[in-house]
Design a protein around this ligand. Structure first.
Ligand code: GTP
Ligand code: MG
Length: 153
């Protein structure tokens, strides 16, 4: 698919890395199809990370993700999910390759700067969790779901 979903997490926002991270994203050839700055409520973070509900780090993950504002965005590029996960690097910044966003901007595995969707299906679900169809501006307004309300630029 051509779309993925990302969050710039609280640590990276409070360290003033929004601009540098967006530069890496656009330099890598991604278009920003949707973007906003928000603060997650606990219930939202619990739903978003529901797949990790039974993991030992779930509570600290939710606390961290609700600790301050984040940037949520939909990114457009050919093969977006795989390309973006390559750009952000390993979940653990110590294992991330040099030049990746997590190597450059993450503090730790829990404060790891950014989120990136792990499948096309999750990318669409995550995008629709934060944006209505009329807020997602793809390059040519190409239909990705039953999304005839996606607005071409
Ligand atoms: P996301 O793009 O944020 O989903 O990261 P990911 O797909 O690389 O990792 P995963 O979905 O497995 O985990 C979600 C998030 O939980 C990670 O980004 C980390 O912030 C956190 N996390 C994952 N594994 C650990 C862990 O072992 N310890 C802690 N403290 N946090 C973890
Ligand atoms: Mg994940």
């Amino acid at each position: 698919g051509n779309l993925t979903f990302t969050m710039i997490k609280p640590g990276a926002v409070s360290n003033e890395y929004i601009g540098p991270i967006l530069s890496k994203i656009t330099e890598a050839g991604f278009r920003i199809a949707a973007m906003k700055m928000i603060k997650l409520r606990t219930a939202q973070a619990e739903v978003f990370y529901g797949i990790h509900r039974d993991r030992p780090f779930f509570k600290s993950l939710v606390e961290f993700m609700t600790s301050g504002p984040i940037v949520v965005a939909v990114l457009e590029k050919e093969n977006a999910v795989e390309a973006y996960r390559a750009l952000i690097g390993n979940t653990n910044p110590e294992e991330a390759k040099s030049g990746t966003i997590r190597k450059l901007f993450a503090e730790s595995v829990s404060k790891n700067a950014v989120h990136g969707s792990d499948s096309d299906e999750n990318a669409l679900n995550e995008a629709m969790f934060f944006f209505s169809r009329s807020e997602i501006f793809t390059k040519d307004g190409e239909v990705m779901m039953a999304a005839n309300q996606i607005v071409p630029r």
